[in-house]
Design a protein around this ligand. Sequence first.
Ligand code: CA
Length: 313
Amino acid sequence: MTRRLITLSKESVMYSFDPDLNPVAFAQPGDLLEVNTMDALGGQVRSEEDLVTSIDFNKVNPATGPIYVMNAEPGDALVVRILKIETADKGFVITAPGAGVLTSLVKQAKTRTCYVRGDYVEFLGFKVPAWRMIGVIGVASKEKPPTGTPGKHGGNLDTKFITEGATVYLPVIYRGGLLGIGDLHAVMAHGEACVAACEVEGKVLVEIDLLKNTAPLWPVVEYKDSTYILVSTDNINNSLEVATDVSVRVLSTALGIEWHDAYMLTSLSIDLGISQLVDPKKTAWARIPKYILGSMDVIKALAELRKNQELWL
Ligand code: CA
């Protein structure tokens, strides 16, 4: 069977993961999608004279979609393999009073250009190694979250591991999943301190797949030798605590070991970290190395936790 390639225009834009939106494309598991995307500022910043304080906030954080995946039923896991990310050769970093981690210390709105030159991004003459990644990837959710907010449905996860070669697993909440992808970064550091990455337009080539009846409790990213569980809540301390709690439960469930043993094994082998501190919810990650547990075992354990979540969340 030949695989289809479906191309989506960056004009097919959505601003919330709303289950009532009409799909702009229909994909079968196995199809390839070429997803063109606007930048996170909706293309409204075109020079260093364009400040974030004067743009229309109804048009920020656009994602391309929603994409209806045939045969995706609530309770399934939607699998998105990121085959390629290409970005424009110019992007922008912005900040403004109240923005980012240092809020009140920011005295003025400022926009700076970053030039994407192959394997590095030039910013004020500094050469920062390029790290092309997807900021927003998610599915429709009951709360109709804005595309700028991360959560159990995915969304604005702003996590560096969502990059070329990674596979993202999201829970299907509504039939068809209703996938949206956007907000490419040419480079970002974890934390995203000033509120922005090098925000760029671009296009992503992904392969779509499904795992039946395996919706994970939180979004999962498989990247190189590890599997990352991404937890977003109202504050970062809580996100880190939940990521730890979930990791211990995953190890205990999947390895068949007692909770305290799993807690100690977590302390020896599971790195915890911060994706971003600046979105409406703050995202933390837990890294499960494959020498402890394979990705499918992590996802199956997270699917069990999702089915039992009313017992403890
Ligand atoms: Ca973002």
